[in-house]
Design a protein around this ligand. Structure first.
Ligand SMILES: [Zn+2]
Ligand SMILES: [Zn+2]
Length: 160
């Protein structure tokens, strides 16, 4: 029995989009992803749409999808605590199959409902993996002074 599809906004019918077995096609999908995805410091800004760019290839028992998810990050720098709000990208390779139960131990395998792929779990996995545990406002961020907390990015000669 196929399970209920949770998030209709990110469900694509690959067959109706003109993808028969053994053909492939480029897709762009842009929409608001309403679930919150974040670690302690940074996450997806879900007031802005996320954009999926992918190629889908029809094969026996399913479709291979390969592409990127572009989204806006919202959070703070792990060194200086400044607000981070910028575009970020995660890459994915996934297989959507109607034989999901036979291969669900594989991380990048997702369930296909007929010819419909619910991209929600793929988005959750891809964004989750692309979130930095120690996000930085800039690679060269100097952080805050351990003694007084002054932002060391704003000064060159800070001493005690
Ligand atoms: Zn910083
Ligand atoms: Zn100081």
């Amino acid at each position: 029995m196929p399970k209920a599809i949770i998030n209709r906004d990110f469900t694509v019918d690959l067959y109706n989009l003109g993808l028969n077995t053994a053909s492939y096609k480029d897709f762009v999908l842009e929409n608001i992803f309403s679930q919150s995805l974040a670690n302690r410091l940074i996450g997806l800004d879900n007031t802005k749409p996320i954009k999926l760019n992918f190629t889908a290839t029809g094969v026996k028992n399913g479709y291979y999808l390969e592409g990127t998810i572009e989204y806006r990050l919202k959070g703070e720098c792990s060194r200086c605590l400044k607000v981070i709000n910028k575009i970020h990208q995660g890459k994915f390779k996934a297989f959507f199959t109607d034989r999901y139960n036979e291969s669900k131990d594989n991380d990048s395998v997702y369930e296909l409902y007929g010819t419909q792929a619910d991209l929600t779990p793929l988005i959750i996995d891809t964004v989750g993996l692309s979130l930095d545990y120690k996000p930085l406002c800039d690679e060269n961020c100097q952080g805050l002074c351990n003694f007084c907390g002054e932002d060391l990015n704003k000064t060159t000669s800070h001493k005690h």
